[in-house]
Design a protein around this ligand. Structure first.
Ligand code: PMP
Length: 365
């Protein structure tokens, strides 16, 4: 509608309009229950059917095999940085391999140092995080408990287009998919654990999804806090304590919406179309705009770019805001601009941004 802005924020991020309108229509009295989802017991029949449907819709979307559990947790993807080594490693001496492609995988590696003996087997830091490694030349440790990647680096805009085959004894690949979750089809069977915070593609902040191969559950280190133990949440179907009920309801509405759109293959096509339009505008600007990321691994979700005349960045952001395009400032650690164009960003939003970029260049180039 006319009051809504094009919101290019990295997360919390824009949500699909039909989902917001449906939530609005059900806010006051959820399906004749006489109360809103925020007010009802998490053990009552209405909420149980909400969480069960959210899980089954997510299973359909990602084609999740029965040998995997789906957990709806709290604590953000950040708490998974601790849960993973705590649940997968038997002691602080166990090793784990980390590929560090940006700030988020770096953070996950640093947290793992508290609970196991992780090793960075590849880092893109010296190149300022613009690459994904060549998988053939990775020196994986066969004794590692798992191999960890961040499938899409939200700040640096680098995305895995394919995945390394884990060479560790359990064949366990763990992926942080926070910022590209449900943006494209994924072969879940290649992973031991996929985890994601909801607040980019699938809902509000406060919900963290974990998709985990069942045989990896139940081996947590003794010091593991109960809230970080996958076994507790699995046995209790994500209802050990009070879950983020309203957030799970919103995620459920998004899953339903993505299924109505025809599933993730179509969603990916749309995401590619949007990203192509924006990257093309950057690449054809004769250097006025620049994206530092290697072409083949550019993210479909987060598009970082800089201005050749960096002194104009403030004006760029201010003028874009005036035209109803907000949150285009790059992360404070890297500067420049960043357009996050998650599933719910309409094509029209990217078209408008590209039009603005061309106009801005014409005026300042
Ligand atoms: N991993 C990635 C890839 C992220 O983008 C973020 C959040 N921006 C996080 C982890 C941390 O997530 P949370 O804030 O939900 O803990």
């Amino acid at each position: 509608s006319s009051t809504r802005l094009f919101n290019f924020a990295a997360g919390p991020a824009t949500l699909p309009e039909p989902v917001l309108l449906k939530a609005q229509s059900e806010l006051y009295d959820y399906q004749g229950s006489g109360m809103s989802v925020m007010e009802m017991s998490h053990r009552g029949k209405h909420f149980l059917s909400i969480i069960q449907k959210a899980e089954s819709d997510l299973r359909n979307l990602l084609n999740i095999p029965d040998s995997y559990s789906v957990l709806f947790l709290q604590g953000g993807a950040t708490s998974q940085f601790s849960s993973i080594p705590l649940n997968l490693c038997r002691s602080s001496e166990d090793s784990a391999d980390y590929i560090v492609t940006g700030s988020w995988s770096d953070k996950s590696f640093k947290e793992a140092q508290r609970y196991c003996s992780p090793k960075v087997i590849w880092s893109g830091k010296a190149d300022k995080y613009v690459k994904i490694p060549d998988f053939d030349n990775l020196e994986q440790n066969p004794d590692a408990t798992y191999l960890h990647i961040c499938a899409n680096e939200t700040i640096h805009g680098v995305e895995f287009k394919d995945y390394p085959v884990p060479k560790n004894k359990g064949g366990i690949l763990v992926a942080d998919m926070s910022s590209n979750f449900c943006s494209k089809p994924v072969d879940v069977s290649k992973f031991g654990i996929i985890y994601a915070g909801a607040q980019k593609n699938v809902g509000p902040s406060g919900v963290t999804m974990v998709i985990i191969r069942k045989d990896l559950i139940g081996n947590a280190q003794g010091i593991t806090p109960i809230m970080l133990d996958y076994k507790i949440h699995d046995e209790n179907k994500s209802l050990y304590n009070t879950p983020p009920c309203y957030g799970i309801y919103m995620c459920g509405l998004v899953f339903e919406h993505l299924l109505e759109l025809g599933g993730l293959a179509g969603v990916e096509k749309m995401n590619k179309k949007k990203a192509d339009l924006l990257y093309q505008a950057i690449d054809e600007s004769k250097g006025f705009y620049r994206c530092p990321v290697e072409q083949s691994v550019r993210s479909l979700m987060n598009v970082p770019f800089t201005l050749e005349k960096s002194e104009l960045e403030g004006d760029f952001i201010k003028e874009a805001e005036k035209e109803g395009m907000v949150q285009l400032k790059g992360h404070r650690s890297v500067g420049g601009m960043r357009a996050s164009i998650y599933n719910a960003m309409p094509y029209a939003g990217v078209e408008k941004l590209v039009g603005f970029m061309k106009d801005f260049q014409a005026r300042h180039g």
